[in-house]
Design a protein around this ligand. Structure first.
Ligand SMILES: [Fe+2]
Ligand SMILES: [Fe+2]
Length: 160
């Protein structure tokens, strides 16, 4: 039984570490999307989400410190944001990332009976839901159907 508990604990720590790294990568990614946004809605959504992800990273760092007794290396190691070729592809990737984060945090919530951990993760989860809803709306507003195809193919009128 104690071994089972140990496995679960080990899994939980691993997932929290991975989540911390993800939050930090996402914050860098959203800073890039914020900087190339051309509408107030775009700047506002990505600036707010970036700030939230940094808060999440800080919360997860604190939690991991409490659980393991030391500063997780994921809090300091250099992170590299994903690459994207245009704004709308970036928004799509942000939507996918937020969806994946929701699934991941839900799994963490189900994996622990600690009220404290559940409380911290539930708050993060709620923020990700807000990000997801905003990015979906942003995509609808800024990225008309076919934007991808148009933006990645060279414009024949210009290259001619
Ligand atoms: Fe987050
Ligand atoms: Fe988020």
């Amino acid at each position: 039984m104690s071994m089972h508990y140990g496995d679960t604990y080990h899994e939980l720590i691993k997932e929290l570490r991975a989540a911390l790294l993800d939050e930090r990568k996402t914050a860098v990614f959203y800073a890039q999307l914020r900087d190339i946004s051309r509408s107030f809605e775009g700047v506002d959504s990505f600036a707010e989400a970036r700030k939230d992800e940094l808060d999440h990273a800080a919360e997860l760092t604190k939690l991991l410190e409490q659980l393991t007794g030391s500063m997780p290396e994921e809090a300091l190691q250099p992170v590299c944001p994903p690459s994207f070729s245009n704004y709308c592809e970036g928004i799509r990737m942000a939507i996918e990332g937020e969806s994946a984060a929701r699934v991941e945090y839900k799994r963490i919530i189900q994996k622990t009976s600690s009220r404290e951990i559940r409380g911290v993760i539930k708050e993060i989860f709620n923020d990700e839901e807000v990000h997801l809803a905003k990015f979906r709306k942003l995509y609808e507003i800024e990225c008309r159907p076919g934007y991808y195809a148009e933006s990645i193919t060279e414009d024949p009128e210009i290259t001619e």
